[in-house]
Design a protein around this ligand. Structure first.
Ligand code: 5GP
Ligand code: SF4
Ligand code: MG
Length: 466
């Protein structure tokens, strides 16, 4: 998901709409905005679909008045069951002691089922099926004297991955979980401040990128008094999601002081060093494979070409929640550029192999177009484990790499060769020159290594074997 918040501007809603539009790649199912105006109180709007279709008219912006607000773009993750209901669309708002609060959450709470059971037993009335709603109820029950302290209280009970943007009537709050699994950045806009999942959302509104919120940090921002910072959790070694670098973030964002684009290009260079092959062309599977393909081409000296053309009017296929839609998606989205491919030995670079359905169809399309050889090079290690921290991966049985070796996958996809970047190579590409520290990995890489930095309690309860 993508989250955004702003305080100390005129018409917060228009800034939020723009910020969410820049974060649309993080969630395309639905979006929502909550604002507060001193005279008119809290207002909210939640809609299915794209930000540009829902939050750009002057009617909707005028219905969300005030100098402070937050917003969310949603895509459903591991915990959610099928189609999103409008009641599951964030931000969540709750009125309780001291005027209430609204929150927007990116990540996934791994003990949400247990918390929900306990809260319901004690009388909480849930409005949605979302894991994130637990935070509001925990805040409402807290005995602390102010909302930021109630939020600290609530978040200390929550396990898993959370970057949160929240608001009271006058304060904008930003928090990252102690591992810092999901990103969150702080920006300055005129006399105001903003918080966003990624720096690309600061660029669009002309805000200055000040810094990342630290893992385990809570910032409380007041338009008049500025930014206060606390560290309410027990400090732990950070575990930023390495897959944000590979796929999830936008290539024009800055993560951990590094350009995501440059990281992806470096991944492609590592791949070319680790798994060279003789060929005529390097083609990306667009758009997610593009920077890595450019890196592969630069390192290998094999010409780069756009052998597959993407229809720009389709979203990211994997973000569609049902398998049926996803299967159709490949053809709706990608087409082979026959004139370039015919008679050529082609290296295809993609970011990941998950179920293998995309890769299989792309290979068929490339062969139909007359390619002589097809070599897959993948910018991440084999995805063998599901993510429980906010990226939508299928159950373990559906992951190709969970049941097959690299050789078996090569046969299954019927390609001339298939190679994945090594875990160490990936760490080098994200800037860890010594590679992965086995005793304490510098990132979360659970979907590749099976080493989960937080026990996914709800899943273990449902029989998941780590
Ligand atoms: P596959 O055919 O292996 O399921 O899909 C791989 C391709 O689709 C990659 O290009 C990747 O960007 C995207 N993709 C498809 N499904 C998923 C998914 O469930 N999770 C992630 N992270 N990426 C996916
Ligand atoms: Fe990111 Fe993978 Fe960890 Fe999920 S399991 S947070 S996708 S690295
Ligand atoms: Mg892709």
């Amino acid at each position: 998901c993508g989250i955004f918040g702003v305080v100390g501007v005129q018409d917060a809603a228009s800034f939020i709409a723009l910020g969410l539009h820049a974060l649309q790649h993080r969630g395309q199912e639905a979006g929502g905005i909550v604002t507060h105006d001193p005279q008119l109180g809290f207002n909210s709007a939640r809609r299915f679909g794209y930000v540009r279709d829902n939050f750009t008219s002057s009617d909707i912006i005028e219905s969300l008045p005030g100098p402070i607000g937050i917003g969310h773009v949603r895509y459903s993750t591991a915990g959610s069951k099928g189609q999103t209901a409008i009641r599951d669309v964030q931000p969540f708002f709750g009125e309780f002691a001291m005027g209430g609060a609204a929150i927007a959450h990116n990540g996934n709470i791994t003990n949400a089922n247990a918390l929900r059971r306990e809260l319901i037993e004690r009388g909480s009335i849930f409005q949605s099926s979302s894991d994130s709603e637990c935070i509001i109820h925990l805040m409402a029950r807290s005995l602390q004297r102010n909302i930021p302290e109630r939020m600290e209280d609530a978040l200390r009970r929550v396990e898993g991955a959370f970057s949160v943007v929240a608001m009271t009537r006058t304060k904008l709050i930003g928090v990252r979980d102690p591992l810092g699994v999901r990103p969150l950045v702080l920006g300055k806009i005129g006399d105001g401040w903003c918080l966003a999942s990624e720096t690309c959302a600061l660029d669009i509104i002309g805000a200055e990128f000040l810094r990342e919120i630290e893992p385990g940090e809570m910032v409380v921002i007041n338009a008049d008094t500025g930014v206060e910072s606390h560290f309410p959790f027990r400090p732990q070694p950070s575990k930023f999601c390495i897959f944000e670098h590979v796929y999830f973030s936008r290539p024009d964002s800055i993560l951990g002081g590094r350009s995501v684009y440059e990281t992806r290009e470096a991944i492609g260079r590592e791949l070319a060093k680790e798994s060279p092959v003789e060929a005529d062309l390097v083609c990306p599977v667009p758009d997610s494979g593009t920077p890595a393909a450019i890196g592969y081409s630069l390192e290998s000296g094999i010409p780069y070409a756009m052998g597959i053309i993407r229809n720009q009017y389709m979203g990211r296929t994997f973000i569609e929640p049902t398998e049926q839609i996803r299967n159709m998606g490949v053809r709706l989205k990608l087409n082979v550029n026959r004139a370039l491919i015919e008679g050529k030995r082609v290296i295809l670079v993609d970011d990941s192999v998950v179920r293998g359905t995309t890769s299989r169809k792309i290979k068929e399309m490339i062969l139909d177009a007359g390619a002589k050889e097809v070599h897959f090079r993948i910018a991440s290690p084999p995805t063998a484990w599901p993510c429980f921290y906010g990226v939508d991966t299928p159950q373990r049985e559906k992951l190709l790499a969970a049941t097959m070796t690299e050789d078996e996958m090569t046969k299954h996809l019927a390609v001339d060769s298939l190679r994945f970047i090594s875990l160490d190579g990936l760490y080098r590409a994200v800037g860890e020159s010594q590679g992965r520290n086995k005793d304490c990995p510098q990132y979360c890489d659970a979907c590749f290594s099976g080493e989960y930095p937080v026990t996914p309690a709800d899943m273990v309860e449902q029989g998941f074997k780590m």
